[in-house]
Design a binder for this molecule. Structure first.
Ligand code: ME8
Length: 645
């Protein structure tokens, strides 16, 4: 087995208890869960921490509004978070609360250590504070002298005695960190903004408050009963106290964290404040801060007042837990913003899960039952399918490269290449004809080959859709565990034999009609057509249309191609980690300047092809008539990567 001794430590943010969990919180937690499950199956000793952030003015105010003490209020909401993660089968090892006694002890210990190291001093704070973001701002950072630059809500003026952390002292060491560890912040594209911020100069940070009391008191040695700790110092410390820092230290061997999974909204706290605190504490730094994008609903920001907050429980009960997990991880490349719509979810379920994966299992069950009494052996698989096996194994070997650089949607996309390969093998070799022609050995080899591909898929998607992966494994008669990961994935071994069991449908198709926008009936509006006059042999269903992924992209570079007066080589950013390279025959109609930084629509799931020896990873959409060629573009600027439907 792989280096089993390696420790992996993965965390989510600890969520504020001023609100109940929605799709954004679920997304962060699901991705962290996926990475944890992956690390465990690969054989790493993995620890996964999540929890709730319960101190600070924001929570105190929310509790007051509900007529509860902050502790009572925190107990209720924290309990709801934990219950949701339990119901969603999130594989956390510890659920930490910042009101836990051990945590508070650890935070005090950290304050004392920083103070002893000369990094904390007493002063007076005068500035602006956003309660919603629990963040201090200088007046020059505000919008119209008052608004929070992050959430835009009004800030309040704060003037009070405070302890300060010498953040400014760490400016150079932070810049050195970003330079020497370019993958400290992932995706790497997000590092630039942080580096610029730090280069702009860091002010020392106010780390204690005296105007309210709902927080961790300063250590007794400071003799400052009026002060409580700044909530972000308290909160960030959870990553260490969760391992026993300042207490029994039992789990500190997991430190440093491999992955702090966060949303982009709190990247600054994790990539500036947190490493500076750790440097002051003389503790090793985390390996990666991974910042994902923001979810909106049907193109709009979610908010309670709009009533458009996506509740994970509702989605899961309507569409299924693994379906929800799959959608979140597959739909949007990590780091990009995503839009949640039921239609997009149902499209994914019906195409990727039901049509591709579910049907494949169905076919394996059907063929093995009909031809081989549900018993398959792999003895002739290599004889007939070695070439395909090599291709499949090369895809599988490469997958590992995607995970810890957060190319999660890419990981899933490549696994689906195995699914496609299996479905194609059935179509190409036609086992029903092999059986008719008496080529039983060949038919057995084919069905067993397909079952082996399915076994690999099941092991690989266990971290993504764990419950359905187990259903596949039960149907194939094998187990998903680290030993089998090692045999099937790492050592590329075949499963010698299968005893197939028929199970219920893996992903039943969802019949949901999204076209049902209420139209006036014919009686009230005679101009509304009720029968179609379209006459076209090529008519397609909506499903066929959605097999094509068309996305909005931004042209970031335009290059000539040697010896071609028709083609440009374009780099088009469609919100993935790398821009797509596309060769387009539009040179006769557009100058480079006319194209640079403009938006276009591209077919994003076209098989890559070489044109003039250059790989083209998509097709730019255009329309051409006698008057020439025009590119098809969105009429208002859209987020890069937005799907066209
Ligand atoms: O910031 N899209 O807690 P929080 C994507 N307590 N992710 C979203 C999201 C959305 N629309 N909304 C929330 C805090 N999130 C602090 C953290 S850590 C030491 C302290 C997710 O309850 C995302 O992960 O406001 C974001 O970073 C987190 O919830 C913020 O949770």
């Amino acid at each position: 087995m792989k280096n089993k001794c390696k420790n992996i430590y993965i965390t989510t943010p600890i969520y504020y208890v001023n609100d109940i969990a929605h799709i954004g919180h679920a997304y962060t937690t699901i991705i962290a869960d996926m990475l944890t499950r992956y690390s465990k199956i690969v054989g790493y000793d993995t620890y996964f921490l999540t929890g709730t952030d319960e101190h600070g003015l924001k929570i105190a105010q929310s509790a007051e509004k509900k007529g509860k003490t902050p502790q009572e209020y925190s107990d209720i909401i924290s309990g709801k978070f934990r219950q949701l993660w339990d119901d969603m089968d999130i594989s956390y090892d510890k659920f930490i609360r910042t009101t836990d006694h051990e945590h508070k002890m650890g935070v005090k210990k950290a304050f004392e250590t920083m103070f002893q190291n000369g990094d904390i001093y007493k002063g007076n704070y005068e500035g602006n504070y956003c309660v919603g973001c629990e963040t201090f701002f200088t007046t020059s950072q505000l919008i119209d002298d008052e608004g929070c630059p992050d959430c835009k809500r009004p800030t309040t003026v704060v003037k009070e005695e405070s302890y300060f952390f010498r953040l400014s002292k760490y400016q150079d060491r932070l810049l050195e960190l970003y330079e020497t560890t370019p993958d400290f912040i992932l995706p790497k594209s997000k590092a630039k903004e942080i580096i610029n911020f730090v280069k702009g100069g860091l002010n020392d940070l106010s780390i204690s408050r005296t105007s309210f009391s709902w927080g961790v008191p300063l250590p007794d040695s400071m003799d400052e009963p009026e002060h409580v700790m700044y909530v972000w110092l308290d909160a960030l410390m959870n990553y260490l106290t969760g391992l026993g820092y300042g207490g029994d230290k039992k789990l500190l061997s997991y430190w440093p964290a491999n992955i702090h999974m966060v949303g982009k909204d709190i990247l600054k706290f994790h990539s500036i404040f947190w490493p500076a605190f750790l440097l002051s504490l003389d503790m090793p730094l985390p390996k990666h801060i991974c910042a994902h994008g923001w979810w909106t609903k049907d193109g709009e920001k979610m908010s309670k007042s709009k009533g458009n907050v996506v509740n994970p429980r509702e989605i899961i009960s309507a569409y299924g837990l693994d379906e929800f997990r799959y959608f979140l991880m597959r739909e949007v490349p990590f780091g990009q913003d995503g839009d949640f719509s039921k239609r997009a979810l149902v499209d994914r379920i019906n195409s990727d899960l039901s049509n591709d994966l579910g049907n494949l299992l169905n076919r394996i069950q059907g063929m093995s039952g009909k031809y081989f009494k549900y018993k398959l052996n792999s003895k002739d698989v290599a004889k007939y399918h070695q070439k395909e096996l090599n291709i499949a194994d090369n895809i599988v070997t490469n997958l590992e490269n995607y995970i810890f650089v957060m190319q999660i949607s890419r990981y899933i996309e490549d696994i689906w290449k195995l699914v496609a390969m299996a479905n194609k093998a059935i179509a190409d070799y036609e086992p029903w004809n092999l059986m008719k022609d008496g080529k039983t050995d060949e038919a057995m080899a084919l069905v067993a080959f397909v079952a082996n591909l399915m076994a690999k898929v099941a092991v690989l998607v266990d971290c993504v859709i764990p419950h359905k992966a187990k259903q596949i494994a039960v149907s194939l008669g094998f187990e998903i565990n680290p030993q089998n990961y090692d045999d099937i994935i790492v050592k590329r071994q075949l499963v010698h034999s299968f005893f197939i069991t028929k199970t219920e449908q893996l992903f039943p198709k969802i019949e949901e009609n999204f076209e049902s926008i209420a139209l006036p009936t014919q009686e009230t509006n005679p101009s509304v057509k009720t029968t179609s006059t379209i006459e076209d042999d090529n008519i397609i269903t909506i499903d066929s249309f959605f097999a094509t992924t068309i996305k909005v992209g931004q042209i970031t570079e335009v290059h000539d191609i040697k010896k071609s007066d028709k083609l440009y080589r374009l780099l088009v950013d469609i919100g993935e980690n790398e821009p797509r390279q596309i060769v387009a025959g539009i040179k006769a109609y557009y100058t480079k300047d006319e194209l640079q930084d403009t938006q276009v629509c591209i077919v994003a799931n076209l098989k890559p092809a070489k044109l003039m020896g250059i790989l083209s990873e998509g097709m730019v959409l255009a329309s051409k008539d006698d008057s020439g060629l025009s590119l098809i573009r969105p009429d208002k600027e859209k987020t890069k990567g937005t799907k066209i439907s």
